[in-house]
Design a protein around this ligand. Structure first.
Ligand code: HDD
Length: 714
């Protein structure tokens, strides 16, 4: 390596080295916060405003005068309030928090944030849907973006991943085609937040490499119950560089501490109308209530020597590395514990890029990742209006940063000194380069040897398009497989052109599973081949028959923490029972919501009053995880005679929710025509059924009911 003549004396100012703590970003943001409390209303130029209701006119009934600088400034600012929404991932919600490494992290990477288990690095995490625009629904069938910005001592590191571990295309050159196909169609801008339309299915059925990612999107992973209940993946293979400069390949994972739970498709669709902000509200309210979101950061580490020891190419982003082959090692924890102050300033203006990395982390040659390295910086130029977006408070690193980049629109920094070039002898040679080193070193790319011809080509090792789709299908439980079949059938029913539907059913699905193809084919009246149709190369081969980790059931919560439970009550309810329920559920970390016919306080059978947290139609069963009807003759009679009360139970049944009926509450069964099963728990007192309630809800839903739930006309 050529010696750098300017780096010898680069000790730098003392504060250039490691000051970060969990609060550092918050302290930095504090300098930018502005509250109007106690302040006069003024123009942007600081002039006090005496009348904020009337524009300046020539006479009370006369025309408005151009001279009205106060009106013009206000209107001009308003007219320009919007910036372009993100071309993908436009709808998102974000929160602040911290990352704390475990003891074992430092052995893999020299990155400063992994060295000290007592040190917390601030993070800002944005979770998004991909297809819909900013105002679309939360619970659509879609991939969720999972982007984390770590504000480290050594600069910002962005891990810009998704909640599914594979992507739809192998080469970034196809990204504009893919996004054009999935976005609302160009002639009528329909549909919003949906992949169920012709252009999407046309494209993915002509691009077999999309099959694996599409299959994940047809699973219930595509509508998480809560952001805290989804896994996250860095998707690409990256590199970790240790203190000895040794490089290892790595896949990053976020494992939800609360376990994985998803919605049911019918529930997800109903939520579009009942609560379009369901997921973002869940995160916001939980954080406000001190019930923080937690994930473990995990790594699958692959030694360089093992790069070619898999059935697939680890540079191919349509492939995952099965956890059964390379275990996920937890190396730290992320906690999201603070809501943003201002949506636009923080969540909308945050700019992520896979190209924001720090020493200790490096790229692989995954051609999708390589293309992303260009795209993200490029898009911020339009979206955030120029190259100074790094100065926007949410994007600023917490470590000092100096360089010779200057000027352009909206420059905030007032650079002092005369020399904006390097080398210089005018400003003492500052700012200076830092040579690479095991600690606080300058960034140096991994010295990978590349000796090749320039080609526009794809490696043969990327030719297997189906083996991992088959592995995913074979690893799903019966319930999950049935939901996937229904998902394909539903989506394709929205496709207008028969030849596209048929192509998916006869040319793609049999290569995942003949059984899947036949089931979907039957629902579409399409005959399907009795064997896969793709070439041996395209079908590929997986040395695993199953990967249990691919099932959502592998990480069910196992407890009722964070679950929201409806207690249905009307006048005459057994209020002691309501009190007991509230206490018992709170003790388990669950939230009890008393839901009445109206918001008026409910009169208990013993004359005491119970506060209503919500009304039956304001907080329908789709927004909660379980339903309890306490005893009380009059209360149950009123609920049973109300259409909303009966529908509440029917819908909860249909969505496989645990239903507890105490005392007279059991009358709700016959009133609502809900059949008894193992998820309907009957007792006189909650203690009679509480253990069974916890065990069943710990699995999130009453899965055995799935095969009959659709008979319920709710
Ligand atoms: Fe991307 C945004 C994740 C492939 C180009 N992407 C974006 C966001 C996430 C991802 C989470 C939202 C970030 C935020 O919250 O602001 N993208 C992924 C993943 C991919 C992926 C996991 C595959 C593994 N993306 C990808 C490719 C390209 C892009 C191949 C282009 C070559 N992505 C963009 C973008 C966006 C974006 C157009 C829109 C807004 C933004 O970047 O800042 O540049």
């Amino acid at each position: 390596m050529a010696k750098n003549p300017h780096s010898e004396s680069n000790s730098g100012p003392a504060n250039d080295i490691g000051q970060t703590n969990e609060h550092r970003k918050n302290e930095q943001l504090e300098t930018m916060r502005s509250s109007a409390e106690g302040h006069d209303l003024r123009t942007n130029q600081g002039v006090r405003i005496s009348d904020n209701h009337n524009s300046l006119k020539a006479g009370e009934r006369g025309p408005t005068l151009l001279e009205d600088f106060i009106f013009r400034e206000k209107m001009n600012h308003f007219d320009n309030e919007r910036i372009p929404e993100r071309i993908v991932h436009a709808r998102g919600a974000a929160a602040h928090g911290y990352f704390q490494p475990y003891e074992n992290a430092a052995q893999f990477s020299k990155a400063g944030l992994f060295q000290d288990p007592d040190k917390r690095t601030p993070v800002f995490t944005r979770i998004s849907t991909v297809q819909g625009s900013r105002g679309s629904n939360d619970t659509v069938r879609d991939v969720r973006g999972f982007a984390v910005k770590f504000y480290t001592d050594e600069g910002n590191w962005d891990l810009v991943g998704n909640n599914i571990p594979v992507f739809f295309i192998q080469d970034a050159n196809k990204f504009p085609d893919f996004v054009h196909a999935v976005k609302p169609e160009p002639h009528n801008e329909i549909p919003q937040g949906q992949s169920a339309h012709d252009t999407f299915w046309d494209f993915v059925s002509l691009m077999p490499e999309a099959t694996h990612a599409v299959l994940w999107t047809m699973s219930d992973r595509a509508f998480p119950r809560h952001f805290r209940n989804m896994e996250g993946f860095g998707v690409h293979t990256f590199r970790l560089i240790d203190k000895q400069e040794k490089s290892r390949f790595v896949k990053f994972h976020w494992k939800p501490v609360a376990g994985t739970c998803s919605l049911i498709w019918d529930e997800a669709q109903k939520l579009w109308g009942r609560d379009p902000d369901f997921n973002r509200r869940g995160m916001w309210e939980d954080i406000s209530n001190g019930d923080f979101l937690e994930w473990e950061l995990g790594v699958q580490v692959i030694e360089e020597e093992s790069e070619h020891s898999f059935d697939f190419d680890i540079l191919d982003p349509t492939k995952l590395v099965p956890e059964e082959q390379v275990p996920v090692i937890p190396i730290g924890k992320m906690v999201l514990n603070r809501n943003p102050d201002n949506y636009f300033a923080e969540t909308e203006q945050v700019a992520f890029s896979p190209g924001h990395i720090i020493p200790g982390i490096d790229f692989s040659n995954d051609p999708l990742l390589q293309g992303r390295l260009f795209s993200y910086l490029d898009t911020q130029m339009l979206r955030l209006g120029g190259p100074n977006f790094h100065e926007i408070p949410i994007n600023r690193p917490v470590c000092p940063f100096h360089n010779n980049q200057r000027d352009s629109v909206h420059r905030q920094t007032i650079n002092t000194g005369q020399a904006s070039y390097e080398p210089n002898s005018i400003d003492g040679g500052w700012p200076k380069e830092t040579p690479p080193g095991p600690e606080n070193g300058g960034f140096e790319s991994h010295h990978e040897r590349v000796d090749a011809n320039k080609v526009r080509a794809r490696s043969d090792s990327f030719g297997d398009h189906y083996s991992q789709a088959t592995l995913f299908w074979d690893s799903q439980t019966n319930v999950e497989q049935s939901h996937i079949i229904q998902a394909y059938a539903f989506e394709l029913s929205k496709v207008q052109r028969p030849h596209i539907r048929e192509r998916v059913i006869t040319e793609i699905l049999p290569n995942i599973s003949v059984e899947l193809a036949q089931a979907v084919g039957e629902m579409h009246g399409v005959d399907t081949p009795s064997a896969p149709t793709a070439s041996v190369e395209e079908l590929g081969r997986s040395s695993l028959n199953e990967s249990p980790a691919l099932s959502l059931m592998a990480r069910l919560p196992g407890n009722i923490k964070h679950r929201k439970i409806a207690i249905l009550a009307a006048n005459g309810v057994d209020s002691d029972q309501v009190n007991t329920l509230q206490k018992k559920l709170a003790a388990e970390g669950a939230t009890a919501m008393v839901i009445g016919p109206s918001m008026a306080p409910i009169k208990g059978a013993n004359g005491s009053l119970v506060e209503s947290d919500a009304m039956l139609n304001g907080m329908p069963s789709v927004t909660l995880d379980a339903v309890i009807v306490p005893g009380g003759k009059d209360s149950v009679a009123e609920l049973a005679s109300s259409g909303q009360g009966r529908y509440y139970l029917q819908e909860a049944y249909k969505h496989l929710k645990v239903i507890v009926l105490l005392g007279e509450g059991k009358n709700m069964l016959s009133a609502s025509n809900v059949p008894e099963d193992e998820g309907i728990l009957l007792g006189e007192h909650i203690d009679d059924v509480f253990d069974r309630f916890k065990a069943t809800l710990g699995k999130h839903r009453v899965w055995p009911r799935d095969s009959v739930a659709n008979d319920m006309p709710a």
